[in-house]
Design a protein around this ligand. Structure first.
Ligand code: FPP
Length: 263
């Protein structure tokens, strides 16, 4: 992994070299989740239509995926479209639904080369068939890859996801196959769309908004949060490294005590 990173550093401009060196592998969050916000404002500042911001945001996805892969991150979950985003103008929704296709048709060969496995979490109903087909093809083409899992949250909503898990548990209780007293946190976790993935270590939200917007409400219980004013299209390699540098300094206690305090 570090050979790849050193090569990338050699290829990149000198201004990018310094910060790349300062992150060591043990301190890399295994799962990074990102709420990619601020595309519209990025475009507005340039008197461009909102979709130009989304298009630029797609390029950021590529840059950040590459760095996450180089750093040895296991899972990168990106909030690309929420169950609430259908309320946006049809033209914008249609454009957003074309982006996975454009992204994957442009970058799939590179993702394969980098050993990235593409995944998607979200409700398939309502998604156009062309969007689903692009994701299906990418999942199929990368299913045996063992590197970074690039997990797109597409038509994803956390409350619905939890409600569905509860319904499934209730159905089992009603059928007599599950005893109420034995219901545990694992019963919920294993019915979520993130089944099999580690919980996020680091959540990043760009653009200065400080809220979760129905994103991974259960999974983020012990996640470290990083909010930045940077708009998603401007979020670059240094921005991610800055977030990781800050994450490294956090004292994760999971409700307990650490170090001397614990004695
Ligand atoms: C929020 O910004 C962003 C979205 C709803 C879409 C995010 C999508 C991308 C970054 C591109 C995804 C790329 C792939 C490959 C799927 P906003 O529009 O709400 O920004 P604003 O708050 O400034 O208006």
């Amino acid at each position: 992994m570090f050979n790849k990173l050193i090569k990338r550093m050699a290829d990149s401009s000198s201004e990018n070299r310094e910060p790349l060196l300062s992150v060591s592998s043990e301190e890399i969050p295994a799962h990074i989740a990102i709420i990619m916000d601020g595309n519209g404002r990025w475009a507005k500042k340039r008197s461009l239509p909102r979709i130009a911001g989304h298009h630029e945001g797609m390029k950021t996805v590529r840059r950040i995926t590459r760095l996450a892969s180089d750093l040895g991150v296991s899972v990168l979950t990106l909030y690309a479209f929420s169950t609430e985003n259908w309320k946006r103008p049809k033209m914008e929704v249609d454009f957003l639904m074309r982006l996975p296709e454009e992204f994957l048709s442009t970058f799939l060969p590179e993702l394969i080369e980098e050993n990235v496995r593409v995944e998607m979490m979200g409700y398939h109903d309502n998604l156009p068939s062309h969007t689903l087909e692009a994701v299906r093809k990418a999942k199929e083409a990368t299913k045996n890859n063992t590197g970074l899992v690039l997990n797109f949250a597409l038509n994803y909503g956390s409350r619905s996801e939890i409600v569905d898990a509860v319904k499934d548990i209730a159905a089992q209780v009603a059928a007599g196959t599950l005893d109420i007293a034995s219901i545990s946190e694992d019963h919920i976790s294993e019915r979520l769309m993130t089944k099999g993935l580690p919980e996020p270590d680091l959540l990043i939200r760009t653009s200065g908004e400080v809220r979760l917007s129905n994103f991974m409400l259960w999974q983020l219980a012990y996640t470290e949060f990083w909010f930045t004013e940077t708009l998603w299209p401007d979020f670059n390699e240094d921005s991610l490294l800055e977030a990781i540098e800050n994450y490294k300094k956090r004292n994760r206690r999971y409700g307990g005590l650490k170090g001397e305090e614990a004695n």
